[in-house]
Design a protein around this ligand. Structure first.
Ligand code: GLN
Length: 479
């Protein structure tokens, strides 16, 4: 979608504000007006109009005085699974009704500390479980490119907020593809960091050993800048990494020294749409012409990824979602006459179908008698999937795959068939099982004008390489 904004990344925005050409307050007003106009897309669940406008004024002053933070004036939308102090958080579920967090998620606090402006919370699949955004208690989000189609999920609202020009950057979460898949469906950039790169403090947990937080952006610079701000150790999340965080946004050149790029043959199966296959071939030709080496690699355990993902994530979810019992958070059933009934009825009425399906499945795979057959076995295969990627990165710098097997599907097309819905994640779950970073970049459109996404995967903590290479591809590949 063509943007009417007078800047194409945050660097330009800052210099326009500094030179007095752009008023941040007008800029926030512009976004708020557009959000109202595009209400039909249903991508925002709430907006913080007054606060955003006030911050725009004070941050404008700070910028002019030279005292502003790195993200000064960047207008950011936040997926509604991340807490912000004093703002209702729903996780797109009825069960959290009225829940107002007492603290702000670390990733969001870091953006606020760098003077970003949080404009609102975005719609998503309930507790981030889904691939189409149709599992939200607040209705589906529409794809702005074709409103009869889904935006992808689970971070569909965040992807749409960027694609429709309703913010500068949006924050999403990716447990099995929920940043990369909607980015691909909506034609924007989506980055899933290395597991543990970004603190999960303040994120409502879905599958704790998979959950990651990352940005959606319209350009690589903004994604890189947000990534460097939200990354890094946090004493409130013991699993967050102490690894150094490079300044990802510095030195994003339009050129790139030759790399070796691996194409996993297992990803080019019959599920892959032929137009997407052709787009990938065009990119391969371009990369070779620019001095890069493209080689075939093998990720032999790929066929097990979806099954392993759904055993392990449902197991973790069944445990994580036990806390929503009607006693502690949000919604409580009115129709209970005993404590047990209160638990049962609150959960039965508060959770949607997909969440219930996963709690039941996860409880089953963890039950004694089945634990070893499903959970333990899946853990072992997870290790083998990780080994596949380790072997690959011993030979190549990056792995390149389509992000999704198809372009955005129609609303309702897969909602009656969960298995088919799960298969839309076949190319993305591997990165979460292995804990590695991945990015989806827009690769033009197919013959129906629907966006196609290309995914690059890197070894753990190699986001810098991923971002630099992405910048080269986005700047030079002629779509
Ligand atoms: N679509 C996947 C699922 O439903 C991924 C979700 C996610 O990454 N949050 O589990």
């Amino acid at each position: 979608m063509t943007s009417l904004l007078p800047y194409s990344n945050h660097q330009q925005k800052l210099s326009l504000v500094k030179s007095g050409t752009l008023s941040l307050k007008d800029n926030v007003r512009y976004f708020l007006d557009r959000i109202t106009k595009e209400r039909e897309l249903n991508c925002y669940l709430s907006t913080f109009d007054e606060e955003a406008l006030e911050r725009a004024s004070s941050i404008q002053k700070k910028i002019i005085e030279g005292k502003a933070g790195k993200a000064a004036g960047m207008v950011i939308a936040v997926k509604d699974v991340l807490s912000i102090q004093g703002k209702e958080m729903t996780a797109s579920s009825k069960i959290l009704k009225g829940f107002v967090p007492l603290y702000t998620a670390t990733a969001i606090q870091r953006l606020i500390d760098e003077d970003a402006i949080i404009i609102g919370k975005t719609n998503c699949d309930e507790f981030a479980m889904g691939s189409s955004n149709e599992n939200s208690a607040f209705g589906p989000v529409l794809n702005p490119i074709d409103k009869t189609r889904v935006p992808g999920g689970s971070s569909g609202g965040s992807a749409v907020a960027v694609a429709a020009g309703l913010c500068d950057v949006a924050i999403g979460t990716d447990t099995g593809g929920s940043i990369r898949q909607p980015a691909a469906f909506c034609g924007v950039i989506g980055l899933k960091p290395t597991y543990s790169r970004v603190s999960r403090y303040g994120l409502s947990a879905f599958a704790s050993s998979f959950d990651t937080i990352g940005p959606f952006a319209s350009n690589v610079y903004d994604a890189a800048l947000v990534m460097e701000i939200i990354s890094g150790h946090d004493s409130s999340d013991a699993t967050s990494s102490t690894a150094d965080v490079p300044e990802f946004s510095a030195n994003l050149s339009t050129q790139h020294s030759p790399l070796k790029i691996g194409i996993p043959k297992e990803y080019f199966n019959e599920a892959l749409n032929s137009e997407i296959r052709n787009k990938v071939s065009e990119l391969v030709t371009f990369l070779k012409r620019n001095g890069h080496t493209v080689v075939d690699i093998e990720l032999p355990m790929t066929e097990y990824a979806i099954s392993v993902y759904y055993v392990l994530t449902t197991a973790e979810a069944s445990s994580n979602l036990a806390r929503y019992d009607g006693a502690r958070y949000g919604f409580r059933s009115e129709s209970a006459s005993s404590l047990t009934d209160m638990y049962i009825n609150s959960r039965s009425e508060g959770f949607g179908d997909e969440v219930k399906r996963r709690i039941v499945l996860g409880t089953y795979v963890l039950s004694s008698g089945y634990y070893d057959a499903y959970y333990t076995k899946a853990q072992k295969i997870r290790r083998l999937i990780k080994n596949d990627f380790e072997n690959a990165f011993a030979k190549v710098d990056l792995v390149m795959t389509p992000t999704t097997p198809t372009t955005a599907f129609r609303l309702g097309e897969k909602s009656s068939n969960p298995l088919e819905m799960y298969l839309s994640d076949i190319y993305t779950t591997g990165a979460n099982l292995a804990g590695i970073p991945g990015i989806s970049l827009p690769l033009g459109t197919d013959s129906a004008d629907l966006p196609v996404g290309i995914q690059f995967l890197a070894d753990q903590f190699c986001e810098e390489n991923l971002l630099k290479f992405s910048n080269f591809v986005v700047q030079n590949f002629n779509q």
